[in-house]
Design a protein around this ligand. Structure first.
Ligand code: RP5
Length: 173
């Protein structure tokens, strides 16, 4: 049982420098009125705090954890090691290697410890939030209805883009 204020999703990041790059996670959850909490903790700099957070997450009512990190990005994997909750890994773009480092560190998990990894940049942060909504929707009929309506709304948006582009190039067949 959840109410409207107990966080259902934990948004973690390795550093506050990640936040400007991943804010769309929160925007997506806000769109569906899913309560969440936001924390900075590091698999390398504060490993005990990560272990404690992940170990107690389910008991505190969280249902999904989204873990964002850049570079040697081990946060999502370490969280997954300590909780039965589904973990979504969000690789953060980096200036040196463009985020390939973050992607590979997050996505290449060994068997038995899954982390569902989304894209670096682009729609990655938004998709992390939306994927969390989809996970919650499997046991929440109201949220599922909202998500189905959201999916339907995409058709209208693309139809508009299609019409606009065809008009601009004089291909209105
Ligand atoms: C990672 O190191 C963080 O997730 C961040 O992407 C990167 C750099 O952190 P700062 O040096 O900005 O604190 O752990």
């Amino acid at each position: 049982m959840t109410d409207n204020t107990t966080p259902r999703v934990g948004i973690l990041m390795g550093s506050d420098s990640d936040w400007p790059k991943i804010k769309d996670v929160a925007t997506a959850l806000d769109q569906f009125s899913v309560p969440y909490e936001v924390r900075v903790m590091s698999a390398h700099r504060t490993p005990e705090i990560v272990a404690e957070y992940a170990s107690s997450a389910e008991q505190r009512g969280l249902q999904v954890v989204i873990a964002a990190a850049g570079g040697a990005a081990h946060l999502a994997g370490v969280v997954a090691a300590h909780t039965p909750l589904p973990v979504i890994g969000l690789p953060v773009p980096t200036s040196n290697l463009g985020g390939l480092d973050s992607l590979l560190s997050t996505v290449q998990m060994p068997g038995d410890v899954p982390v569902a990894t989304v894209a670096v940049g682009m729609g990655g942060p938004r998709n992390a939030g939306l994927f969390a909504v989809q996970i919650l929707s499997t046991a929440d009929a109201s949220l599922r209805d909202q998500f189905v309506k959201f999916k339907a709304s995409l058709q209208g948006k693309i139809a508009e883009k299609d019409a606009r582009l065809r008009q601009s190039i004089g291909d209105e067949g």
